[in-house]
Design a protein around this ligand. Structure first.
Ligand code: FEO
Length: 399
């Protein structure tokens, strides 16, 4: 990433990571960026740093504008290592007059870097600081998605530095939403929401309401990953509204893993029944789909029908891993049912039901189990189950 001027004297100086393909279990096929922003004012201010591996890119970019040692203020909107990994090196080099962070941010920085001696200035929601000609106002966004997270709003330029919110894991040399393919950016935004922010949907609903109440005049939203929103802010804000309200399409997913194709045959019969009702269907064999892509589809679907063969009294490992992953992301407002083939003990369906119940997902069926290879009667039952679930999708969701 070279530098880009967002407004006079305000620069994007972060780094592009073209190569990252795994982000703690989330597949990042399009790489990512670690955004950081430099404000040239009486107090020269840097908002966020970058992952430790990308420090050189950050420094190179800053040096095209000023010597880093001239930075007076450092603002940490979020302590996760992809934004703070370079903080110790930057503190050493810059020796800033002040390091601004939220109360939880100060605790997290000390617990990460063991430097209680840094010049912390703790800020809370509504606090403002003057940079000279410009003012920054802070808004704590606890648990979005870490306890320390906060937004910084540059009042005069109307730029909201939103940390991880509204971000995308999307590496591009272009810096703005209107310079890239919007459908790709929205797809990556949905994936980001589904895999990072999904559990915090109730908080996001409140945050969107309080930002609306504050009547903030926002000209640009600058997240810490991906492109900056300046032309399509309404598109991303509306999407966050829909996702956080658990609004989904009349769509069902059949998510399964199978040992010897019996569970797979059941899956396709269920899918055929769903299709007969007219709902959109996606068949998702976990052997071929990454869990984080599956979660993106879960975000947009009203029903999930989940199947696994029984293996050693349990689930197939891909399914066990997927359910554990989905459980943490707490998808709400879904209809669900389970199915699966077995040889002798057949615990898989009960285990899936139990996992879904733990997630507070509404089970609309007891589930279908079949010993060994499905016959025509079993497949007809599967199709009938698909039709019943399809009818529920069309007639009203779990909400
Ligand atoms: Fe991009 Fe939560 O770090």
């Amino acid at each position: 990433m070279t530098t880009t001027e967002l407004a006079q004297g305000i620069y994007s100086v972060g780094a592009i990571d073209w190569d990252v393909r795994d982000f703690h279990g989330y597949s990042t096929y399009r790489g990512t960026t670690y955004n950081a922003f430099l404000i040239i004012d009486e107090k020269i201010t840097l908002i966020d740093t970058v992952k430790r591996s990308h420090l050189d890119q950050l420094l190179r970019n800053i040096r095209t504008i000023i010597e880093p040692e001239k930075i007076d203020y450092l603002i940490v909107n979020h302590v996760e290592m992809d934004h703070s990994g370079s903080l110790p090196a930057m503190m050493e080099l810059i020796k800033p007059e002040k390091l601004f962070c939220s109360p939880m941010g100060q605790k997290a920085i000390i617990e990460h870097f063991h430097r209680p001696d840094w010049p912390y200035e703790v800020v809370k929601s509504g606090n403002e600081i003057s940079l000279g000609k410009r003012t920054i106002s802070f808004l704590e966004t606890r648990m979005l998605h870490w306890p320390d997270s906060m937004f910084s709003y540059l009042k005069e330029e109307k730029i909201l530095f939103s940390s991880d919110a509204f971000g995308q894991h999307f590496a591009s040399s272009e810096r703005f939403d209107d310079e890239v393919d919007l459908s790709v950016v929205m797809q990556e935004s949905a994936k980001y929401y589904a895999n990072i922010l999904y559990p915090y949907s109730p908080l996001i609903r409140k945050l969107l309401a309080s930002v609306a109440e504050m009547n903030l005049d926002i000209r640009m939203i600058a997240p810490d990953h991906g492109v900056i929103w300046r032309s399509h802010m309404e598109t991303i804000l509306n999407a966050y509204g829909r996702w956080s309200r658990n609004e989904a399409e009349n769509r069902a997913l059949v998510i399964y893993d199978s040992m010897w194709h019996s569970t797979e045959e059941m899956a396709h019969a269920i899918g055929a029944g769903l299709q007969e009702t007219g709902v959109g269907v996606a068949m998702i064999n976990l052997k071929y789909h990454h869990r984080s892509d599956v979660m993106t589809q879960v975000l947009g679907a009203k029903a999930i029908v989940i199947g696994s063969s029984t293996l050693n009294n349990g689930l197939l490992p891909q399914m066990a891993g997927f359910l554990m992953y989905m459980r943490g992301l707490k998808p709400a407002g879904k209809l669900a049912a389970a199915f699966g083939s077995f040889g002798w003990s057949g615990e898989a369906v009960a285990l899936i039901n139990s996992a879904l119940t733990d997630m507070k997902i509404e089970l609309v069926e007891e589930g279908l189990r079949h010993k060994y290879v499905p016959d025509a009667a079993c497949l007809a039952e599967c199709t009938a189950m698909g039709k019943r679930i399809g009818a529920r999708v069309l007639n009203g969701s779990a909400d």
